[in-house]
Design a protein around this ligand. Structure first.
Ligand code: TYD
Ligand code: MG
Length: 452
């Protein structure tokens, strides 16, 4: 047998190189190049004419897509997916180990099976009996759920052909390997091959396939970025260990809008839907304490009120500490720099810790202004009870407008928030609005501080 050549593949963009390098010259990513065996991907790809899809009218396609959604009957999940899972849709669900991916998907399998459909659950991470034990615990045993404990892709595909299921779940994409490739399970080529072949079969048979994806230490999906391009939908399952809240976020969806979320509560009997996440997240918000503010978060159609906390304290170190949970640490550095410059305050002898209560990861710029106000509230030790805020901060301290203003305001009104500190550009007027055009103006109006 001819020995296969070693190649170096970029995890981010899939580019191949003859030698290793610290930086990918194709996409510019650092430390993303890994060693692999050269694989001949082209040798199998010979389809007969019969396999070729036929062109159909666009209007007809749309109608078909609209009709063929399968409900998981987990209401918040169906809503997040845009009204259920579409037949032939390939979903990648990623999340840290132990967050509850297998639990959620076994619950989904059970709900689908209850409707009389056949579900194939392929487990490469656990044995069938481990899945059974989990099924018993969460009351999700059904004769319509078929378990296959196998990691060989060809066997998996044969089982799909023979069983002809209505729904397929693969737990996880990194554990399955194709014997046609030499690289080991979880490598870039294998992950790409496994997801491409399952996508092929999902489209051919018109059945939904959910792939579970592990994440790396940095929180990215383990495997090439191209994986996210192959699948129709990418969902992240987030939460803090030791905390019961779990948030499913749709980050890409070819069959609905991205940015949708579904919130769950991990109980001893599996995941429970949280129908009103705002009251859930605010249920333990302290009153009369500084450093806490309400932020109406949304990147889709469902706004959620979350609590942003900050703690500013005198440092004992030469270099002050900056720690952030649920918020990018670089964002914290930038906001701190803007605060020092605009308000003329000294924070270099203070440690600053910020936290999004509930374990939600917030990446949207609308969190800038509430984050700055929470830090100031802790710095002056002045509580800001019943105040919510949103707005992006520019580097010169200006408050910029953000998306989904109406949705955020409505959610705050529902919870009877007394004051809303928001960008001046918001057209609507309510007595509770405090419209501001700069950070300085916001601090003057909220804290009555004028000493800068
Ligand atoms: P699991 O679904 O195995 O996580 P993942 O597939 O993402 O690795 O769930 C892991 C954790 O959830 C485990 O530590 C135990 C906990 N758990 C519950 O609290 N309640 C339950 O009903 C189940 C099944 C798990
Ligand atoms: Mg698992």
């Amino acid at each position: 047998m001819v020995k296969k050549k070693t190649v170096y593949i970029c995890n981010e963009c899939g580019a191949k190189f003859p030698t290793w390098a610290g930086k990918c010259s194709a996409c510019g990513a650092w430390g993303s190049i890994v060693e692999e065996k050269e694989e001949n991907f082209n040798k199998r790809k010979s389809f007969s004419v019969g396999d070729t899809a036929r062109a159909v009218s666009l209007s007809q396609t749309l109608e078909e897509t609209l009709l063929e959604r399968i409900k998981t009957n987990i209401l918040t999940l169906d809503e997040a997916f845009g009204g259920g899972v579409v037949k032939g849709q390939v979903i990648l669900l990623s999340g840290e180990p132990g967050i509850g991916k297998s639990t959620l998907l076994l619950q989904v399998a059970y709900q689908i099976a209850k409707q009389g459909s056949k579900v194939l659950y392929i487990t490469g991470e656990e044995s069938s009996s481990q899945v059974y034990i989990r099924g018993k615990r969460i009351n999700a045993i059904s004769e319509n759920i078929f378990i296959l404990a196998d990691t060989n892709l060809e066997n998996v595909l044969t089982n799909i052909e023979q069983l002809n299921p209505d729904f397929v779940i693969l737990d996880s994409v990194q554990t399955v390997y194709s014997s046609e490739l030499e690289s080991s399970a979880g490598s870039v080529s294998q992950v790409r091959e496994v997801s491409a072949r399952l996508t092929e079969i999902a489209k051919q048979k018109n059945i939904p396939v959910i792939l579970i994806g592990q994440v790396t230490k940095e929180g990215n999906i383990a495997g090439p970025k191209v994986l996210e391009h192959i699948v129709d939908t990418v969902a992240h399952f987030e939460g803090e260990r030791g905390n019961a809240y779990r948030v499913l976020k749709i980050v890409k969806n070819r069959f609905g809008s991205a940015g949708e979320i579904a919130v769950f509560n991990m109980t001893s009997k599996g995941l429970e839907e949280v129908k009103d996440p705002s009251s859930f997240f605010l249920s333990e918000k302290p009153q009369g304490k500084s450093g806490s503010i309400i932020f109406p978060y949304t990147e889709g159609s469902k706004p959620v009120l979350v609590e942003i906390q900050a703690l500013v304290s005198k440092t004992v170190y030469a270099v002050p500490q900056r720690k952030a949970q649920g918020i990018d640490i670089n964002k914290l550095s930038i906001i701190t720099a803007i605060l020092e410059k605009e308000l003329n305050i000294f924070l270099k002898d203070r440690d600053i810790f910020v936290n999004v209560v509930g374990g939600m990861q917030i990446k949207e710029p609308a969190v800038d202004l509430p984050l700055a106000l929470a830090i100031i509230s802790s710095f002056y030790d002045k509580p800001i009870d019943n105040i919510a805020s949103f707005g992006e901060l520019g580097l010169t301290g200006e408050v910029r407008s953000v998306y989904y203003t109406d949705l955020r305001i409505k959610e705050c009104e529902k919870f009877k928030v007394k004051k809303l500190v928001i960008p001046k550009s918001v057209e609507e007027y309510q007595p509770s609005f405090v419209k501001v055009s700069s950070l300085k103006e916001a601090v003057v109006k909220v804290f009555n501080e004028k000493n800068f």
